[in-house]
Ligand binder design. Structure first.
Ligand code: DX5
Ligand code: ZN
Length: 233
């Protein structure tokens, strides 16, 4: 069965040149990327520190592509209106970092953005059980969050199949579409296997920004994705 859903490539700016971020956004979208993935780290929820809403706002005029804000922060809620105002299109957060997951998801949507939950490698999918109607994105971490350039954790493939099963069941019952995004260690040589396990949206940082020719990497990823004709769910 060929892919019936759109397949998206979302380069993570974490591995981009932070001195030329606007240019990097333009170049990677010109090279065929679909979303811009912006990793927000607070040195509290994760042991690293990156950027806030000001940088999102500064990048916004450089592209019409969706900006996918991945919040690795605790607490979560105060930053949501700020990122929405700064031009974010999608906002995802880690459920353990919010006292009230349902409220945080609603807050994101109330601010006009798509909302999603992020699952660390050891975080159970059961966090999504009672909030399926409020999800636009499910993001599975295939590394522990905090750094780019780590290796893909193979157990995530099984978790992806389970997440795909839950989403397909939800949609079959008349539920809204939910993107299934994967983040961490995605490369040209494993993207087909990851897609076959059910992902439709692929974050890649070091694999893209670590190479001089972004178009070559993204095209190679798309060529691998085109080979995936069966979803082994
Ligand atoms: C990790 C971030 C990822 C990271 C991915 O905490 O959420 O988005 O940038 O980097 P690569 O693709 O290099 O694993
Ligand atoms: Zn991320």
């Amino acid at each position: 069965m060929p892919f019936t859903q759109p397949v998206r490539i979302a380069p993570s700016l974490l591995s981009a040149d932070f001195a030329r971020l606007g240019e990097e956004v333009v170049n990677v979208i010109d090279a065929g990327a679909d979303w811009i993935h912006l990793d927000v780290m607070d040195n509290h929820y994760v042991p690293n520190l990156t950027v806030g809403p000001l940088v999102c706002q500064a990048l916004r005029p450089h592209t019409n592509a969706p900006i996918d804000v991945h919040l690795m922060v605790e607490p979560v809620d105060a930053l949501i209106p700020q990122f929405a105002k700064a031009g974010a299109n999608i906002i995802t957060f880690h459920p353990e970092a919010s006292r009230h997951v349902d409220r945080t998801l609603a807050l994101i949507r109330d601010h006009g953005c798509k909302a999603g939950l992020v699952f660390n490698p050891a975080t159970p999918l059961s966090w999504m059980d009672y909030v399926m109607d409020k999800l636009d994105v499910v993001l599975l971490m295939s590394v522990n969050p905090g750094y780019g350039g780590q290796s893909f954790i193979p157990a995530t493939l099984h978790k992806l199949r389970e997440a795909r099963r839950r989403i397909d069941h939800w949609v079959a019952q008349g539920g809204q579409a939910i993107a299934l995004e994967i983040d961490g260690g995605v490369k040209v040589d494993n993207i087909a296997t990851i897609a076959a396990a059910g992902a439709d949206t692929f974050v890649a940082g070091s694999a893209i920004f670590g190479q001089p020719d972004y178009r070559a990497v993204i095209s190679a990823m798309r060529a691998e994705l085109a080979k995936v004709t069966t979803q082994s769910v």
